[in-house]
Structures are given as C-alpha cells and as structure tokens.
Ligand binder design. Structure first.
Ligand code: PHE
Length: 440
C-alpha cells in the first residue's frame, strides 16, 4: 500500500443517487454464466473476477505495436540477446497450475488469492508473470530464450501501478557437464573482459551463501559459475540499457539477495538512476524441478524477469503509466521504432475528485483491490488515482467506515463536472449492488 490514511473531515461530500437509480441500473454488470474472453466463451464460477475493462486490454499487445515505446524497448533487449530465441505470442490465459504449482509456489501463497489475481474461473486465470511459461518453453527444447508478454495483477490505482503491464523473461541453460561448464567459464571470461572496459560500478554479493543457497541437486561449483554468468550477462544488459544516459558518471548497479519459489540462489537488481535506486528485475538459478517437469535432463541454468513499463518510464521519461495505453496522437507521434527519446509532456487536463464514504459490509469488509477494480471497470482510464482518506471502526457497533477519494482526469480532454458525477453515481450504485455497502 502506497498511501497512509490521513485524518480528514469524514464526509466531504455526500452523494445521493436515489433519483438516478433507474439510469444507472442499466450499467450494472449482468451476472452472466459465461465470460467472453479473446473470442471464446468460458463458464464463470465463484472465483470469476475478470472485468470488462481488463478483458478489453487482452487483444492490445502493446509490446508488438509499431513505434510504441514498449516495442522499442523489447527490440533493444532482443538485440542485446541476439542469439536467443525471441518469443512473444503466448496467450495470457493460463491455468493456476501453470502460473503457480509448476513453479513450486506453496498452496497458501497470497498471489493465488482472488484479491491479487484475475480469474476467468477457478481453473483459468490471467498470467501474473512471464515465468508461467518457463516449463513450456524449456519443454520445447529452447536453451536460450526471451519471452515478452502482458501480465495481470490486481492492484491499487496510481501513476505507477496499472493492472496490466509487460514483462520479459530471459533464460539460458547449459549442459551440467565438464563441456557445459567450460562453455560457462569461457562466456564469463568474455563478459568480464567487456565489463572491465566499461564505466560501471557493481555492488555485488556472494553468488551463494547460507541464506541464498545452491540447490541440493546441484554441484555448488556449477551453481557458482551459472550464478556468475547470470550476473555478468545482466550487468552487461544494464550497461546497454542505461549506460548511454550516464556517460559522464559510471553506471551503478547493485545485486540484492532475493527469494522466489522457482529459483535458488535468487537475486534482484537495482540501478542508480537520477538520484534513486530503482528495482529493475528478479532472477536466479532455475529450480531443478522446473527443468525436470519440462523433461530436460542434465541441464543447469538461469532465468530473469523484468518489467518493461518500469524501464521505459525511466528511459523515455514517461511520467504516468496510463500513457502507455493512450491513443492520443500527441503521445503516439512522439515515438519512432528503435529510438529512445525523451517524452515531452503536453498540457494536462484538469482533474476532478469525488469522495465516497460508506460502512463496509460485515463481517467480510471490502478489499481495497475490489474497490479499485470496480472503479477501474466503471471509469476505465479516466481514473487517475484512488486514495483511502479515512477509515475508522465505530466503537459501539464495531462497523468499519471507509472513505475513498477518487481522482478523475482524462489524458486527452476536459471532463465536465456533470460527466464525472454520472460516473461517480455508477460507482456508488455498483458498490451497493455488488458489495452491499451502506453509503454514509
Ligand atoms: N517472475 C518473477 C516476478 O514476476 C521474476 C523472476 C523471473 C524471478 C525469473 C526469478 C526468475 O517477480
């Protein structure tokens, strides 16, 4: 959670929608037995939480759109890994088994919950990360590959969080044999030589440690070499991506111990850019069970996953994550394929905020992600951010009161107060209808 509730006047604006009930009812979602997703119909059930706003994003595949900054960034990373297979057409619909179980996520991992992930139904979900395709791609016999895709996570609403974003998974595996390890050593030597010539400062940590161990089935010497190869390979990628912009000063990269269920040892990478450390990616030595499930024997290797929007916002100076979805020519015309240039913001249209205060349903309450998704579904990209500005528990009744401030702003036109009132009325109607809240 990025915000801290502040004590403010409890109800800044009371919204009455009684007179509008007729007109807004038509806009309430119909509880259909089927969801139509990417041209196919799927039965819905109690796990279904995918919304029309999200379904409409599935065909867009921004990472393949001509001239789009995400496409340029993808191509740049693909050129860095020129001899890798470049994959980018995997469907976002996966089973929870593939997204979680195959990668050894525990049964009680919070990512599995309907508050964190989108489900078409209990057996089909939107991938939450590109790692969901590791077993499949290794199983196809690929040994060096990059895979780019849209991924989906339920989240709060602000300038740097969007429920759809793009990730790139990279992986490389070697023969777990003297010949394979010689290949790793040679590659390490080549990469070390290249990095030694470059203006880069790397804060490293041990490749293996008691808290970030080699796997039981691995020869620790193999694991060391592979982790070193992963680090060298990614340091070199960071230099390609960020080196140019920091020509006068050395590029600073730091390695941090991490934990992922499907890698060990595991690492995160941060890059120091314009005065701040930015988290860029997660990575590690691939868990042997992933390769076993993929039926790839006697191999050892590494994988990483990076978020494209995060890097593109830095490289192109794009201030708001919603802009990636803009159809406005003032945004799109600023970019040409293959070119990294600084985005020049055009004037922003005024924003308009509305508050809504309500008693949460008892005893289940209302999860913030459920509130945000409802707002996103009604207002689409007209919502800029949502903040909880007050919450308290009534001392006598024990009921929880919540007040949210929804900030509306269009990227490409002025919104009238009437129009925003209409949208807000639908939000309020749906809050009552879907979650049984009592408006205060
Ligand atoms: N899938 C992880 C994430 O989304 C990143 C990752 C990829 C970590 C590959 C390790 C190996 O956070």
């Amino acid at each position: 959670m990025l915000f801290r509730p502040r004590p403010v006047a409890r109800v800044l604006r009371r919204i009455s929608i009684t007179s509008r009930r007729q007109s807004t009812d038509a806009l309430l979602p119909s509880r259909s037995n089927y969801a139509e997703v990417l041209g196919s119909r799927y039965p819905t059930d109690s796990a279904t939480n995918i919304t029309p706003a999200i379904i409409s994003k599935l065909p867009l595949r921004l990472h393949t759109k001509p001239d789009h900054p995400l496409n340029t960034l993808r191509t740049k990373i693909e050129s860095h890994y020129a001899d890798f297979a470049h994959l980018s057409s995997f469907s976002p619909l996966v089973t929870p088994f593939k997204n979680f179980d195959e990668l050894a996520f525990p049964a009680d991992h919070p990512g599995r919950s309907v508050t964190d992930s989108y489900y078409v139904n209990r057996d089909l979900m939107l991938r939450t990360h590109t790692s969901a395709h590791e077993v499949e791609v290794f199983g196809q016999g690929e040994t060096k590959w990059l895979l780019t895709a849209d991924v989906y996570r339920r989240d709060e609403i602000d300038g740097s969080h969007y429920p759809v974003f793009h990730q790139m998974e990279g992986a490389r595996i070697f023969d777990a044999s003297p010949t394979g390890m010689k290949e790793v050593e040679d590659d390490n030597e080549r990469l070390s030589y290249h990095l030694a010539q470059s203006n880069i400062i790397i804060e490293d940590i041990p490749h293996i440690s008691p808290t970030n161990p080699s796997q039981a089935t691995h020869d620790p010497r193999h694991s060391e070499l592979v982790a070193k190869n992963l680090k060298l390979s990614l340091n070199s990628l960071m230099l390609t991506l960020f080196g140019g912009a920091t020509r006068d000063e050395p590029l600073r990269v730091r390695w941090i111990e991490a934990y992922f269920p499907f890698t060990s040892p595991s690492f995160e990478v941060e890059v120091f850019f314009r005065g701040k450390w930015l988290e860029i990616l997660g990575s590690g030595v691939v868990r042997q069970s992933t390769l076993d499930t993929a039926k790839v024997p006697n191999k050892i290797g590494w994988a990483f996953g990076l978020g494209l929007e995060r890097i593109a916002m830095i490289l192109f100076s794009i201030p708001d994550i919603r802009l990636f979805w803009s159809e406005d020519q003032r945004f799109l015309s600023q970019f040409t394929h293959g070119q990294i240039n600084t985005f020049k913001p055009y004037s922003r249209y005024p924003s308009c905020f509305k508050d809504v205060s309500f008693w949460a349903p008892q005893p289940e309450g209302l999860h913030e992600n459920d509130f945000c998704d409802l707002v996103r579904d009604v207002a689409s990209d007209l919502v800029e951010d949502v903040k909880k500005i007050d919450s308290f528990v009534h001392p006598k009744t024990n009921r929880t009161s919540l007040c949210y401030r929804i900030n509306y702003r269009s990227m490409d036109r002025s919104l009238s107060n009437e129009e925003v009132n209409e949208i807000q009325a639908v939000v309020v109607a749906r809050l009552k209808d879907q979650f049984g809240v009592e408006i205060r």
